[in-house]
Design a protein around this ligand. Structure first.
Ligand SMILES: [Zn+2]
Length: 426
């Protein structure tokens, strides 16, 4: 048997791949709140158990959202090879976002039509999970003497940060050496594209403070919303243009995200809008803003934070009675796997062989579970590679092309062979 036979076997399992994707879509693992995780984990786990994998079901107890009603279940399947060697791990999240409005098909029906499988999660990312399962099964069937180990995981909560999924498992050693050497995350980034990593993130909450007074005599108080207006103005006139001018060497897609960015996530000040009749006449004594700052490999997080604090400190010098508080909410360092890394080389070789073209290398504007593999697992040899068009994710009438799944499954099988056997030729 050669790797060419394995690639043919994947091709021959086209209908099985489509049917598996449809079956996965029919388990509505909507997050939030995190429904049916155990059903989906067991569906994957029991299938792979019949193929000789050892199965672990891991509940991420105590993580955000975990409860007896909505337990955070994960499945990790491991197939040992015939002799020692490296371990290749395929990680897919099993949660999907809500269906939302605008569908012309049943979002949880798994309908197959015109070479596509439709449904919520078809591309993000049950199609990728199915492709990795078919790739691994075909490889094991035809090359049972392989060295090392193959792992496939289905994990919870990627859409809500991954704390009940990859982060939890990484904390338990599931994404570290010596257990695992190479990780492929089949997120939908197109079948000829290798995603090396993502930009950094810093979320923070800024509060400006004032002093309450009667609204008919605002000069007797101090308006926190006006102070926040000065912050907003400084962001608008100075910070946002400065960030837009900062360009990265990271190949972020879309190209608009090749700059540093700031989103004003929310702003609140004074009374809420849920009163009956009229609000009471008061000068607001607090205003809060949440910022979502995405930054580049070329920036250090300390500088990213200092830039914002510097603006606030300057306003404190310029404006009478300006005082503020700032609180970190969340941060993730940017990460980008080296193009020479083994997993990148193996998948690139697969794309060349299967599709006869050079891969493109991209970086994601937002984060995904690679952040936990990198930061908690301390494993650098990790990429995202999988079938499907990212723009269709989270949209109505989401679908994945069956030919695209077959092609990417063939690339995965080829990469498995290269990473486990240490050579592309067979
Ligand atoms: Zn996803």
């Amino acid at each position: 048997m050669s790797i060419r036979d394995v690639l043919q076997a994947v091709q021959d399992r086209r209908d099985e791949l489509a049917a598996l994707t449809a079956d996965l879509i029919r388990i509505p693992t909507v997050n939030p709140p995190g429904e049916n995780y155990l059903d989906c984990a067991e569906f994957v786990g029991e299938r792979l158990r019949r193929r000789g994998f050892d199965i672990a079901y891991v509940r991420a107890e105590g993580t955000p959202g975990d409860s007896d009603r909505y337990p955070r279940w994960n499945v990790v399947a491991r197939k040992e090879g015939a002799r020692p060697g490296p371990c290749v791990h395929f990680n897919s999240h099993i949660d999907v976002v809500e269906a939302g409005a605008g569908w012309t098909r049943d979002p949880f029906g798994g309908q197959i039509e015109d070479g596509k499988v439709y449904g919520r999660g078809a591309c993000d990312m049950k199609g990728g999970l199915a492709a990795s399962i078919i790739a691994a099964e075909a490889f094991i069937d035809l090359m049972p003497g392989f060295p090392g180990a193959i792992e496939i995981s289905g994990t919870a909560d990627e859409e809500s940060g991954g704390y009940g999924g990859v982060a939890y498992l990484a904390g338990k050693g599931f994404f570290s050496k010596p257990r695992v050497d190479h990780v492929i995350i089949p997120e939908p980034l197109n079948k000829d594209c290798i995603c090396l990593g993502h930009r950094g993130v810093w979320w923070a909450k800024i509060e400006t403070k004032g002093r309450i007074a009667h609204g008919s005599m605002p000069f007797l108080g101090d308006c926190a919303v006006r102070h926040m207006g000065a912050v907003l103005n400084a962001f608008e006139c100075e910070l946002i243009p400065a960030l837009a001018a900062r360009r990265t060497a990271m190949p972020v897609i879309p190209p608009g995200a090749r700059s540093s960015t700031l989103n004003i996530n929310s702003i609140h000040g004074g009374q809420g809008e849920d009163y009956d009749g009229l609000p009471s006449p008061c000068v607001p004594d607090s205003a809060r803003m949440v910022i979502d700052r995405r930054f580049l490999m070329e920036e250090r997080i300390e500088d990213v934070k200092a830039e914002v604090v510097g603006i606030l400190d300057r306003l404190a010098g310029e404006r009478k009675d300006f005082s503020y508080a700032i609180e970190d909410l969340f941060e993730v360092q940017p990460t980008m796997t080296d193009r020479e890394a083994p997993v990148v080389q193996a998948v690139a070789g697969g794309i060349r062989e299967v599709m006869g073209r050079e891969p493109s290398y991209v970086v994601s504007p937002g984060t995904y579970d690679q952040k936990h593999v990198d930061r908690i697992g301390r494993l650098k040899d990790c990429i995202a590679y999988g079938p499907g068009i990212l723009d269709l994710a989270h949209q109505p009438d989401e679908y994945v092309g069956i030919d695209d799944m077959v092609d990417s499954a063939r690339v995965m099988a080829r990469a498995l062979h290269e990473l486990l056997e240490g050579g592309g030729k067979a």
